[in-house]
Design a protein around this ligand. Structure first.
Ligand SMILES: NC(=O)c1ccc[n+]([C@@H]2O[C@H](COP(=O)([O-])OP(=O)(O)OC[C@H]3O[C@@H](n4cnc5c(N)ncnc54)[C@H](O)[C@@H]3O)[C@@H](O)[C@H]2O)c1
Ligand SMILES: O=C(O)C(=O)C[C@@H](O)[C@H](O)[C@H](O)COP(=O)(O)O
Ligand SMILES: [Zn+2]
Length: 357
């Protein structure tokens, strides 16, 4: 069993990482709750909901199972969950368990943050990507104007990560999760970056996966503890997201997996870092690795003007200027205000370059 701890401003919470921990859940729920509501999606429910129900030694367990996919992270579903929670009779002494990937974690966490002005919740991540989303307390739903525009900082009571569940992930989701690991590696840890670049997504050894995920969580935990509300260093965790989020919204939620969009965003941020900061970065190697591992990096033609317009709804925008996270070197991120016309030009050059290499 690995146990990490996050010092949030409201409370300290544990992260338990253990294969098979889903079979002994009750041992890790610290308080006596009157009711428990498990929120999950259909794919995860088919695979793991029975295990969870079995290991929750509690008389009043309710479940809500949603269709899988980014499109459920929206206002109507949020409202419907509140309605069901009221009908189940959840109180301020109740607990929500978010069982699933980042979509379920963000949505169920935001319900917990707002139900009766806030009740306890536990994150039970089941994707690689959710090593990132389950830690740090960012909970949100999307607006048609942009990603995660309605949300809160609201920390869970615990993160319970059963890495055994990662074995059933489809390759697309392994890829998506590894994009966030690459992000963490690039902003903080060259050795993690090199280790990730040495693997093939379709052939990852379990011990390597564990090591990558644990390192990713530690990088995230460190930044979140320093700057929970994202006034300074936490912004570095948004590396690759300026373009990534704009692509997700422009193409329609769910067209690209979050990590797939972030992977393209990372490549763009590296390209801009080279152009603007004259940084010496392994952008070609990254590009090659993404291609070799079947990341969908060649997109239909998109208007740079519309993408920049979309980027202006990014939460890092200051005084109407898009702010990007760039790299001076691996492990040395900085924030950079961008001029709009320059950004458009860079996007055009970038798309030309990746489509012609
Ligand atoms: N809050 C944060 O800090 C934060 C950080 C990163 C990403 N996010 C958000 O997370 C979301 C993406 O999360 P995600 O990539 O986990 O997507 P997801 O929750 O949609 O899960 C991806 C897919 O994998 C399936 N799945 C989940 N666990 C499985 C398992 N063990 N075996 C088989 N299939 C499984 C799901 O049903 C779904 O189809 C985005 O909305 C993104 O904005 C939030
Ligand atoms: O935890 C953070 O901070 C992050 O930026 C992590 C990102 O991977 C994640 O996608 C996050 O939800 C993006 O945040 P947003 O504030 O730009 O919506
Ligand atoms: Zn992300």
């Amino acid at each position: 069993m690995q146990k990490l701890q996050i010092n949030a401003t409201t409370h300290i919470y544990p992260i338990y990482i253990q294969a098979g921990i889903r079979h002994s859940l009750s041992d890790y729920i610290a308080k006596d709750y009157d009711k428990i509501l498990v929120i999950t999606d259909e794919n995860v429910a088919t695979l793991y909901l029975a295990d969870i129900r079995c290991s929750l030694h509690h008389e009043q367990v309710y479940t809500i199972t949603l269709p899988p996919g980014e499109h459920v992270k929206q206002l109507q579903t949020f409202y419907d969950i509140h309605t069901k929670a009221l009908q189940f009779g959840l109180t301020r002494q109740s607990l929500i368990i978010a069982l699933g990937g980042g979509v379920i974690g963000d949505l169920a966490g935001f319900v917990a943050a707002t139900y009766m002005r806030g009740i306890d919740y536990i994150q039970m991540p089941t994707t690689i990507l959710a090593h990132d989303s389950s830690v740090g307390g960012k909970v949100a739903i999307n607006h048609e104007y942009g990603k995660n525009l309605i949300g809160q900082f609201y920390s869970p009571q615990a993160v319970i990560y059963d890495m055994e569940t990662l074995q059933t992930l489809p390759l697309k989701e392994v890829r998506s999760g590894y994009a966030e690991l690459l992000k963490e590696a690039l902003i903080a840890e060259p050795t993690l970056y090199n280790s990730i670049l040495s693997i093939k997504i379709n052939n990852i050894v379990v011990e390597q996966l564990k090591m990558h995920v644990r390192n990713g969580i530690m990088i995230k935990a460190n930044l979140v503890e320093k700057d929970e509300k994202e006034a300074n260093e936490r912004k570095y965790l948004n590396f690759g997201h300026t373009l990534g989020h704009a692509l997700e919204t422009t193409l329609g939620y769910g067209t690209l997996a979050h990590g797939e969009a972030v992977a393209i965003g990372i490549l763009f941020a590296m390209f801009v870092s080279e152009k603007k900061l004259s940084a010496q970065l392994p952008t070609k190697d990254m590009y090659r690795w993404l291609l070799d591992n079947d990341y969908p990096i060649h997109l239909q033609e998109l208007s740079s003007t519309s993408l920049v317009k979309q980027m202006k709804l990014d939460k890092k925008v200051v005084s109407n200027h898009v702010q990007m996270v760039l790299l001076q070197a691996i492990g040395e991120p900085i924030l950079q205000k961008m001029d709009e016309a320059e950004l458009e030009g860079l996007l055009e050059q970038f798309f030309k370059k990746i489509n012609n290499v």
